[in-house]
Design a protein around this ligand. Structure first.
Ligand SMILES: *Cc1c(COP(=O)(O)O)cnc(C)c1O
Length: 255
């Protein structure tokens, strides 16, 4: 990152500093710890750490702390609400933003304007709408998306179920203004690592099945959060969505 730019911005908002350096040091330490855990999980599973992208889940965390996070080397944030992300994007420069929450169709336009990747494409209708918006708002530059899968067929969760996705995939891959980078899932809330593992294994197997003979579906797997990202990596995650392990407990309302 270019500190010169940051200093100029701070002069423009009339602040003496744009981020708190103690805060940046504490986030850098948490980030290093997460990276060590990633490295260990990669070693155990014979993978390369460079294959794993950390999406720092920043819902509920104020913009000042996110500027410190950028200063600490974090490059990608995940937000679950469009409005909250829009508010922060203007205040936090030098990062890219992923949508990781349920996306309502009336917010799709603003989501396409705000996010680099939408990880939560959970229906054909939403995909069609995003495709149309991407054609209008970013012609010639397909919008990166992930298809959200409800691997466990858990009625509380959004996402395609696996059988449905087999049927829907050809139509999804035909949407020329979307670039389908892979699959995403939200694991079960469970203290049992074996249960978490079965979800992640399920998503990886589904990806292998779907990709057989179809080069247009990308290989990414977004799975794993603070409590289970190592298991997700052992099962093939390429993106882990980590909030509390980087930023500590969230303010209660952030969900
Ligand atoms: C909040 C959230 C996360 C991060 O959870 P932590 O337990 O804080 O790491 C990851 N993915 C999704 C979809 C979330 O909503």
């Amino acid at each position: 990152m270019d500190t010169g730019t940051r200093t100029l911005e701070s002069a423009l908002d009339g602040r003496s500093t744009v981020f708190d350096s103690d805060e940046a040091a504490s986030i850098a330490a948490a980030h290093a710890l997460v990276q060590t855990r990633i490295d260990d999980a990669c070693r155990r599973s014979n993978r390369k750490s460079a294959e794993i992208r950390v999406v720092a889940v920043s819902k509920g965390i104020p913009a000042e702390r996110l500027r410190a996070a950028v200063a600490a080397g974090i490059e990608t944030f995940g937000e679950n609400r469009v409005q909250e992300a829009m508010d922060k994007v203007g205040m936090v420069h030098g990062a890219s933003w992923h949508m990781i929450g349920p996306l309502q169709s009336n917010k799709a336009r603003r989501a396409v304007e705000t996010f680099a990747t939408i990880q939560t494409v959970a229906s054909i209708d939403l995909a069609i709408r995003l495709n149309r918006l991407a054609a209008e708002l970013r012609p010639g530059n397909p919008l990166p998306v992930l298809l959200q899968v409800n691997v466990d067929a858990d009625s509380a969760k959004a996402g395609f179920d696996a059988a449905e996705l087999h049927g829907a995939l050809p139509a999804l891959l035909d949407l020329g203004n979307l670039r389908v980078d892979g699959l995403m899932t939200v694991g079960r809330l469970t203290p049992d690592p074996a249960v978490a593992r079965s979800t992640f294994m399920g998503l990886r197997r589904l990806s292998e099945d779907l990709r057989a003979g179809r080069s247009l579906l990308g290989p990414n797997l977004s799975m794993g959060m603070s409590d289970d990202f190592e298991i997700a990596i052992e099962e093939g995650a390429t993106m882990v969505r980590v909030g509390r392990a980087l930023f500590g407990a969230r303010p209660v309302r952030a969900g």
